[in-house]
Design a protein. Structure first.
Length: 243
């Protein structure tokens, strides 16, 4: 099977099997957008002093949750610890045989399409709901902010794809919850040191350096995806597959 046919086959398969999971991810982004919009609005309201835990919350949601907009939320994903459906599916694809490179490319394309689309809904919802955000940030600046976080999301997606295709479901869950805990620690420590990541990124954009920041994050995202692509292919080839 050629690489193009293999990627097309997997793409159609993922859409047919996981489209409802993609819709659920979209609904989750809507819920999260409503939740964080009040937090963002409070952070940008200069007339009131806000508790520091709101900064922790905003930073953690952007650091941990934004990348999940490129991931499917369905029964198979939630049952990875118990069932390890993804490893079984990978073994089936490899037996067809579908090249490892095609599997990785199709999976990355899925996230590369989902993340900008669902991330846009998340960002637009905040801008529509939060009046102080609209007063402080122009639509173009908010778009730049969204692009920066989308690039960051792709960096973490590169890690998740490597874990999803390269390890068993149990190890994936262990690493995922480890990353979740790490992001919480990072958010707390930065806030404790007076560094508010969400506001710092927005501040750079408001000072007119959005283009530079986007360029840097885009390079980081491209490098992360390229490295993950190579590492995941090698990891798949080295794995022992379940029957």
């Amino acid at each position: 099977m050629t690489e193009r046919k293999a990627v097309s086959y997997i793409g159609v398969y993922l859409w047919r099997r996981e489209r409802f999971g993609m819709v659920f991810t979209l609904l989750f982004s809507v819920y999260l957008g409503f939740i964080i919009s009040t937090t963002v609005d409070a952070l940008l309201d200069s007339s009131e002093e806000v508790p520091k835990w709101l900064n922790v919350m905003a930073d953690w949601i952007y650091l941990m949750m934004f990348p999940t907009f490129g991931m499917v939320m369905n029964k198979a994903a939630w049952g990875m610890w118990r069932d390890d459906f993804y490893s079984k599916r990978l073994a089936h694809w490899r037996s067809m045989p579908i090249p490892a490179a095609s599997i990785v490319k199709a999976r990355m394309l899925q996230s590369a399409i989902m993340l900008p689309v669902i991330g846009t809904v998340f960002m637009v919802l905040q801008y529509a709901v939060a009046p102080h955000l609209r007063e402080s940030v122009s639509p173009l600046q908010w778009i730049e902010n969204g692009i920066v976080w989308a690039c960051y999301g792709l960096v973490l997606i590169a890690v998740y794809v490597w874990l999803e295709l390269g390890f068993s479901g149990k190890w994936y869950c262990i690493y995922y919850f480890g990353i979740m805990f790490l992001m919480a620690v990072v958010s707390i420590v930065l806030t404790w040191q007076g560094i508010y990541l969400f506001q710092e990124v927005l501040g750079i954009i408001l000072r007119g350096y959005g283009g530079v920041l986007i360029a840097g994050m885009a390079i980081a995202a491209g490098a992360a995806l390229w490295l993950s692509h190579r590492m995941t292919i090698n990891r798949i080839r080295a794995r022992s597959m379940p029957l």
